[in-house]
Design a protein around this ligand. Structure first.
Ligand code: ADP
Ligand code: ADP
Length: 226
């Protein structure tokens, strides 16, 4: 059973009475533990597809299934990591990571244990009590991913998280992301328009056609992992 099954998804936006077809008949399955990169020209519907999977957007046709259940809205099983990481500046690293469990009303002790487990998992033990502004970009990314994982996410969704960065920082963060992915065996659906980035990161690259976003082809990257 795939973790994610996107079946014949279409999306048409209305803008000032104008209809804009962003997606047509998009089909995509993702297996648990896969790192899938979705690439395609700007405007071909990558973000739209990711937002539908996240539950931020409702498809006009077709459906997205998580573990065989239709996606009807945002839920902790699919965590989005935003480009600016969206950490809460008034919370420490441990509190940011424990935010989901805490807001679910779990006992304090359980929240702390859960937070500490994920703090360790992403290698931030020494920074558990640090504040977001004290962290490097790579460390913020680790916190953002740990926060998603501590909230019981099965899958992490990332929309061009490194798009705005200089090449050196981008390479460092790509390394960090692969390191976390290897430690945690999480499932990642990653949108990018960079072929280099997709080939570096992904197990599988899914290419979307320009135009109304039909998924044209898939390539499996066979390079051995370091
Ligand atoms: P990509 O991520 O591949 O660049 P998007 O999914 O952002 O593509 O956009 C696909 C198409 O849908 C584009 O033509 C874009 O202008 C349009 N679109 C995206 N979001 C909206 C929206 N909220 N309202 C109207 N049109 C939108
Ligand atoms: P990254 O590759 O994550 O962007 P940097 O090169 O900025 O990392 O930082 C390298 C190391 O320096 C980090 O792993 C961390 O141990 C340490 N470091 C970075 N920022 C701080 C800080 N504000 N306070 C203490 N140590 C830091």
């Amino acid at each position: 059973l795939p973790i994610l099954d996107v079946k014949g998804v279409g999306k048409t936006y209305e803008l000032n009475g104008l209809k804009i077809e962003a997606l047509r008949d998009a089909n995509l399955t993702v297996k648990k533990g896969e790192f899938v990169c979705l690439i395609g020209a700007s405007g071909c519907g990558k973000s739209t597809l990711l937002r539908i999977v996240a539950g931020f957007e409702v498809p006009s046709s077709g459906e997205a299934l998580m573990w065989d259940k239709p996606v009807t809205g945002p839920a902790p099983d699919r965590g989005m990591v935003f480009q600016d990481y969206g950490l809460f500046p008034w919370l420490t690293v441990r509190q940011n990571i424990g935010f989901g469990p805490a807001s679910r009303g779990l006992p304090k002790k359980v929240v702390k244990e859960t937070a500490d487990r994920f703090v360790n998992m992403v290698g931030l033990n020494r920074f558990a009590d640090a504040w977001p502004h004290q962290l490097s970009g790579g460390m913020k990314q680790r916190v953002a991913i740990a926060r998603v994982l501590a909230n019981d996410a099965d899958m992490v969704l990332m929309d061009e998280p490194f798009g705005a960065l200089d090449a050196m920082t981008r390479e460092r963060l790509q390394d960090e992301l692969l390191d976390i992915w290897q430690r945690t065996q999480l499932t990642v659906l990653f949108v990018t328009h960079s072929i280099e980035e997709a080939i570096f990161l992904a197990d599988r690259v899914v290419v979307m056609e320009p135009g109304p976003g039909r998924i044209a082809s898939e390539y499996r990257i066979e390079l051995p992992r370091p």
